[in-house]
Design a protein. Structure first.
Length: 401
């Protein structure tokens, strides 16, 4: 693996950094105070500037109007955007839309691409991904209650989902529902496009997370599908392939998330160092003169560096050898980087004292947003189990042990 950054990539990253510095970071406080929906006109202005600057859709191939970056390059971009919770949204590479764009590109019919992908790529609409259910373990997505039953030319969908992120304000959901209950458990569910103005779709609430229900893009919804009828033409990919497609969607998605987390780590680290240098415990005795704070700074530096290299190596392996070959690396970065992320945020908060848990710095928002990092896209424990089982197989312990 070549660790050098090509001059054109370095130049591109500088342009992303400049846009973040000049246009995105200055908005953070106002958006946090006003809420996401009320801030949409302002965010739209920034999105237009991003478009004009040729920085729109960094994760998408040129054929579909994106920058055509490799996963390694997009990983580097994702770190730059990750320093603010608004970053990915402003460049139209935010979850869950980025994953949904990928699915539509890979599996959408021409008609589905025209109706849903094109406006998504243009940033005219948003979408959500509706898989997890309150009454079934999200960590085992082969077991779910939501069904899609054929009736004439339609599917009739029934079920309850939650943590359908960003459903508020979205135009459509990609819903995972059981279409083939008699098939083996990996082939029972399908992915189906459901426009959110379909009768029978109900947005129950935005789930409050650590006291914050959020709104619009910045929310996680509980939703219900009650006799929700959509044409069978809304099926995405083959029937029964829902689980397989979801797995494909998560591979590159984990690189995006992990590099975004490293962006958060770097921002938190910078805030921690500034505070350590500026906050005096006594005249001429800044916090940074204390050994324990120095240790936190050194440990954080080493951990962030290690995390970045691990993620870029996983991205490089996906680019060169494919998703399947990189399964172990993908699981390793998912739990490893999530742990470092939370540790670095926590140290930064500690160095800030009471200020650290206020909303006067972005640290509390980072903590609230990202405690879920150890849970979504596969909890730590599942990824550790996947890695250990693969390793132990080489030592003669079978998959079923
Ligand atoms: C911020 C956030 C955003 C999300 N966005 C979306 C979204 O847009 N769409 C969507 O469909 N879902 C979304 N989710 C849901 C997410 O995918 C699930 O929370 C996740 O899959 C875990 O499922 P669960 O919450 O039901 O936990 P459970 O499956 O009930 O697991 C609970 C805990 O049990 C432990 N555990 C689980 N399996 C094992 C095992 N095999 N061995 C040992 N321990 C285990 C883990 O500690 C785990 O945290 C989101 C979640 C969060 C936190």
């Amino acid at each position: 693996m070549d660790f050098s950054t090509a001059p054109e990539t370095a130049e591109l990253l500088a342009r992303f950094r400049e846009m973040m510095q000049n246009e995105v970071l200055p908005l953070e406080k106002d958006v946090a105070a006003a809420g996401f929906r009320a801030s949409l006109p302002t965010l739209q202005t920034v999105r237009r500037k991003v478009h004009e600057a040729g920085l729109w859709l960094p994760q998408i191939s040129k054929e579909y109007g994106g920058l055509g970056l490799s996963l390694v390059e997009h990983g580097m971009v994702s770190e730059v955007l990750g320093q603010s919770t608004l970053g990915h949204y402003c460049f139209n590479c935010q979850a869950p839309d980025a994953g949904n764009m990928e699915i539509l590109i890979e599996h959408g019919t021409d008609e589905q691409k025209k109706q849903w992908l094109e406006p998504l790529l243009a940033g005219e609409i948003r979408s959500c991904f509706s898989m997890t259910e309150p009454d079934r373990p999200g960590s085992n997505p082969t077991w779910m209650d939501t069904t899609a039953t054929k009736d004439g030319d339609d599917y009739v969908i029934n079920g309850r989902k939650w943590f359908t992120s960003s459903a508020a304000g979205a135009r459509f959901a990609i819903v995972m529902a059981v279409t083939n209950p008699e098939a083996d458990r990996h082939s029972q569910a399908s992915q189906i496009i459901v426009p959110l103005d379909t009768p029978g779709f109900r947005h129950v609430r935005n789930v409050s997370i650590m006291g914050h229900a959020g709104d619009d893009y910045d929310s996680h919804a509980e939703v219900v599908y009650e006799d929700c009828r959509v044409p069978q033409a809304n099926l995405l990919g083959p029937e029964g392939a829902g689980f397989l497609i979801a797995q494909q969607r998560l591979g590159p998605g984990r690189i995006h998330h992990c590099m975004r987390w490293i962006g958060i780590c770097e921002r938190s680290f910078d805030l921690m160092c500034r505070r350590a240098a500026e906050r005096e415990l006594a005249p001429d005795k800044p916090l940074g003169t204390r050994q324990i704070v120095q240790a936190w700074i050194a440990e954080s530096r080493a951990e962030i560096n290690a995390a970045r290299l691990m993620v870029l190596q996983a991205a490089w392996k996906i680019d060169h050898e494919g998703l399947y070959e990189a399964r172990e690396e993908i699981s390793c970065i998912k739990f490893f980087v999530a742990d470092i992320l939370l540790r670095v945020i926590d140290r930064a908060i500690q160095v800030h004292g009471a200020l650290g848990i206020t909303d006067d710095t972005p640290l509390a928002t980072f903590l609230r947003h990202e405690r879920g990092a150890r849970i979504y896209d596969g909890p730590d424990e599942v990824h550790k189990m996947v890695v250990a089982k693969r390793i132990l197989r080489k030592y003669g312990i079978g998959a079923g042990s």
